[in-house]
Design a protein around this ligand. Structure first.
Ligand code: FES
Ligand code: FE2
Length: 322
């Protein structure tokens, strides 16, 4: 598609689906033998966990006569059996057997997606030209550690695109006017290949007065972000955003809080931080869902690193697309 036809299509002058790792489920939502019908990237998908515990993602429609494997498909060994005529498909989308045929047609193949399971997430690699992963998502030491609380997960369906919403991370001024912070944070932004690091320092209000807090945000590609909050109580947010279709995004934040000091996610300071972050999200959504995306915004000298952020994320689209 040319940029002009993309622009004519709608609200954003860039393609809807970037190249990168995207959460398709939380790991604990998929037990051994489970089959889940999913709809992401404007496509029908089937996610299943085989009998050995490995998660697989395939395009949903059986290559035979088109049954949706997510509705009635059953896990068998390392694969999934179609509910319609019982063709057996591997997690890589190869037909393993057809119970009533002597020969498997050579074209019997279903598109499979690369999957990684880490940090309590099942992630799938999306690339518009089907190229293999060009980077990996790091293992986060806090997740699953005894010193940190289990995830608390929040989820929103937002009528916008994550790369536009996530501009917030470098837009320090909005904290003051949208979220009512006392001052705008001091933010430093650094690009390191597919990683964007933001380091913000700001005054945070507590019942005992103001303390200096830190917000360290790392984006790993277009849809996986860690936010580490320090100052009051150490908190890690693992933020992921998966496009459902061109206009709608499944945004999810998973919070874990350091148990140091006796706080946990349900009590005291940990719960207060999670509540505050949820409130901020609701405040942001109103802006995101109604705003216009200006390809050439009118920036002023106090605006920080918005132009840098936009240059960074262009790498997640194949060249001619942006
Ligand atoms: S449609 Fe799947 S086996 Fe026939
Ligand atoms: Fe915000």
């Amino acid at each position: 598609m040319t940029p002009a036809s993309l622009a004519a299509k709608g609200r954003f002058p860039y393609p809807p689906y970037a190249n990168g790792w995207f959460r398709v489920a939380y790991a604990d939502e998929l037990a051994r033998g489970d089959v889940k019908a999913l709809h992401y990237f404007g496509r029908e998908l089937v996610l299943f966990r085989d009998e050995e515990g490995e998660a697989h993602l395939l395009d949903a429609f059986c290559a035979h006569l088109g049954a949706h494997l997510g509705h009635g498909g059953t896990v068998e060994g390392k694969g999934i059996r179609c509910p319609f005529h019982a063709w057996h498909w591997s997690g890589e989308g190869v037909c393993l057997d057809i119970p009533y045929a002597a020969r498997i047609p050579p074209k019997a193949k279903i598109r499979s997606w690369q999957v990684r399971e880490r940090n309590g997430l099942i992630l799938a690699w999306h690339h518009d030209r089907d190229e293999p992963p060009s980077f990996e998502i790091p293992v986060l030491p806090e997740v699953g550690s005894e010193d940190w609380t289990p995830y608390e997960v929040r989820r929103w369906t937002v009528h916008s695109r994550w790369l536009d919403m996530n501009e917030n991370a470098v837009d320090q001024i909005h904290f003051r006017y949208v979220h009512g912070t006392h001052t705008a944070p001091q933010t430093e932004v650094e690009v390191d290949g597919h990683i964007l690091r933001c380091r913000s320092r700001m005054k945070m209000g507590t019942p005992d007065g103001e303390v200096m807090g830190g917000i360290d945000t790392d984006d790993h590609g277009p849809a996986f972000q860690t936010v580490r909050l320090s100052g009051i109580i150490d908190t890690l947010m693992v933020n992921t955003a998966t496009p459902i279709d061109e206009d709608t995004t499944d945004v999810s934040f998973a919070y874990t809080v350091s148990k140091k000091g006796g706080a946990d996610a349900h009590h005291g300071a940990g719960a207060a931080i999670v509540r505050d972050l949820e409130k901020q999200m609701e405040q942001d959504i109103v802006i995101w869902e109604h705003k216009k995306y200006w390809d050439k915004p009118l920036l002023c000298d106090g605006d920080g690193k918005i132009a840098l952020y936009r240059r960074w994320w262009k790498q997640f689209f194949s060249e001619e697309a942006v």
